[in-house]
Design a protein around this ligand. Structure first.
Ligand code: NAP
Length: 252
């Protein structure tokens, strides 16, 4: 697929994986809409990319809010007229506390960003992708190693990331008739703000604290660009990309 002229939307593009992926897609020639809640960081990312307003657009949104998401996709359509790739990346964790002590508001905030946000953005993207000409597109969901195995005291994050896998599988099936390919990237320990605690020492399954290796976020961005680059009749259904020596395989 020739990236030139294709339109991509990256959620959570103000920092970390989303920002790195948006910048990588811009370097490949995509036209990119960057969204998150912090406007100044979106503007900063676009200015770092060096591209003009004809190729990049910043739109603030809260992905857990249906009205905000509807306005976001309306802005994408108004600016670029279509959507070829959606990277559902926005997400957050909750403090590591015993599940019986997790405040309801924290649970709800994680469900809202990670699960409801992914659902709402998929819904809006499907509406655009099935109606556009040429029709179809690709949706890349950001899962996690936590879509496979929990960390201690991570019920909200783990539950929502397992649920993202359910969205990916359902949309992979339901998307077939509209030429919509859906896939998932499961990341482990990319060096972003979210994983800073791994570098300081994080609780292991046996309750011990240990420093965990991390990898450069640029490797995730390259993987996202690859997944996005495939023609719609080919799909990386699931990709796991992780710091090679982090605890996951080998039961630790
Ligand atoms: N880093 C890793 O190793 C790793 C591993 C597995 C999975 N992941 C997943 O990768 C994604 C990005 O993580 P990261 O490490 O890059 O974290 P990060 O640096 O904390 O970035 C999170 C991004 O999500 C945005 N966001 C959060 N809640 C939002 C909401 N309600 N509406 C809109 N945007 C929202 C934030 O922007 P604003 O605050 O400006 O809204 C920010 O741009 C998450 O889904 C995370 O679960 C990361």
């Amino acid at each position: 697929m020739d990236a030139k002229g294709k339109v991509a939307l990256v959620t959570g593009a103000s920092a970390g994986i989303g920002k790195a992926s948006a910048l990588a897609l811009l370097r490949e020639g995509y036209r990119v809409v960057l969204t998150a809640r912090r406007r100044e960081l979106l503007d900063q990312a676009i200015s770092e990319s060096g591209v003009g307003a004809d190729r990049a657009l910043a739109v603030t949104s809260d992905v857990g809010d249906p009205k905000s998401v509807a306005a976001l996709f309306a802005a994408v359509k108004e600016k670029f007229g279509r959507l070829d790739v959606l990277f559902n990346n926005a997400g957050m964790g909750a403090p590591a506390v015993p599940m019986e002590d997790l405040p309801f508001e924290k649970w709800q905030a994680v469900v809202s960003a990670n699960l409801t946000g992914t659902f709402l953005c998929c819904q809006e993207a499907v509406r655009i992708m099935k109606a556009q000409d040429p029709k179809g597109g690709r949706i890349i969901n950001n899962g996690s190693i936590s879509a496979h195995a929990p960390r201690p005291m991570s019920i909200a994050y783990t539950a929502t990331k397992h649920a993202v896998t359910g969205i990916t599988k359902t949309l992979s099936l339901d998307g077939r008739k509209h030429d919509i390919a859906c896939c998932q990237i499961d990341i482990g320990n990319a060096a972003t703000e979210m994983t800073e605690r791994m570098a300081k020492g994080v609780m292991q399954a046996d309750g011990e604290m240990a420093i965990e290796p991390r990898m450069d976020v640029k490797h995730v961005a390259s993987a996202v660009v690859y997944m996005a680059s495939l023609p719609l009749d080919a799909n990386v259904q699931f990709m796991t990309i992780m710091a090679t020596k982090m605890p996951f395989v080998g039961r630790g």
